[in-house]
Write a protein that binds this ligand. Structure first.
Ligand SMILES: Nc1ncnc2c1ncn2[C@@H]1O[C@H](COP(=O)(O)OP(=O)(O)OP(=O)(O)O)[C@@H](O)[C@H]1O
Ligand SMILES: [Mg+2]
Length: 285
């Protein structure tokens, strides 16, 4: 498989077998919390729907660690397809399940495209309502390949509040527009911090005019996620927050725990993608 040479690369799009809808989680900038949002949102979605989580961050896969599946290896099906790992009621696959954390970083060009192609089409996803794809930061090869090869139903952009980050949110929204993918909305991460002693809500970053921009673009702000050390700890421990829900100690007076915010976000995404509520939900495997 090599990079596209046809005049209209979007004509190459093929559906992913076993997958009804595809949600891309993106950002123009690194380290803003894409993987955190992808993992926790996927877990919240999995409380209602059949969910897959694909880590397309070939160079810096975080999903194995954040889902506690670092030691897992996918099996091969009879048809020689990769069988995703089942954990937390989801089907999960990452390059980090195939090679050790440091090996994939040097992949470029054809090797990168080959890996992505395999990840999109040679995986035995089992009857997914939604496949959540955690993307690498930026608006480069992986994002464009994704848009060219598979019918992405919608994208969300993750950003932090400050003005410099707003420039990156704009870049990301602009990229999806150019490739014809609907932006379902923006998730503002590390949006505020609630002081554990006083309960006071503090801004961690100087605020940019994200809301003004989104209003102008008619793109909704889907969620505001606080900076929450407990959430970071759970990520590190490989446990999605919706799995522990109310067992997170009420260490401060936040109005809502991240788990609750992710559940509400999941319902918004389900509605935006017109996912029907299945009669049987995907319980923990
Ligand atoms: N709301 C939050 N509260 C506290 N820590 C957070 C929050 N969101 C993310 N983090 C922490 O910030 C770090 C970066 O998050 P994450 O890996 O999700 O970002 P990313 O955008 O996927 O990064 P990359 O661009 O490298 O893929 C992680 O250590 C994560 O635990
Ligand atoms: Mg990431």
């Amino acid at each position: 498989m090599s990079a596209s040479t046809t005049t209209n690369p979007f004509h190459q799009q093929k559906p992913i077998p076993g997958v009804k809808t595809i949600l891309a989680v993106s950002s123009g900038k690194g380290g803003v919390g894409k993987s955190t949002v992808a993992v926790n949102l996927a877990s919240a979605l999995a409380q209602t729907w059949n969910v897959g989580l694909l880590d397309a961050d070939i160079h810096g896969p975080s999903v194995p660690r954040m889902t506690g599946t670092l030691a897992e290896k996918p099996n091969l099906s009879v048809a020689q397809k990769l069988v995703p790992i089942r954990r937390w009621g989801m089907q999960i696959l990452s390059i980090g399940h195939l090679v050790d954390e440091d090996s994939a970083v040097i992949w470029r060009g054809p090797m990168l495209f080959k890996a992505l192609d395999q990840f999109f089409f040679d995986v035995a996803w089992d009857n997914l309502d939604i496949l959540v794809i955690d993307l690498p930061p930026g608006t480069g090869d992986v994002q464009l390949t994704l848009a060219q090869k598979i019918p992405v139903t919608g994208a969300i952009c993750v950003g932090t509040p400050q003005n410099v980050a707003l420039a990156d949110v704009k870049k990301s929204i602009d990229m999806w527009k150019r490739v014809g993918v609907k932006v379902l909305g923006v998730v503002e991460n590390m949006a505020f911090f609630v002081h554990p002693d006083t309960g006071e809500t503090l801004d961690l970053f100087p605020r940019g005019d994200l809301l003004g921009y989104l209003d102008q673009m008619k793109i909704p702000l889907l969620a505001k996620i606080p900076f929450c050390p407990q959430l970071a700890k759970l990520c590190e421990a490989g446990i999605p927050s919706p799995e522990v829900g109310s067992s997170i100690p009420p260490s401060n007076r936040q109005e809502k725990e991240p788990a609750q915010i992710f559940r509400e976000l999941a319902l918004k995404i389900g509605a935006a993608l017109s996912l029907s509520t299945p009669s049987s939900t995907c319980a923990a495997d």
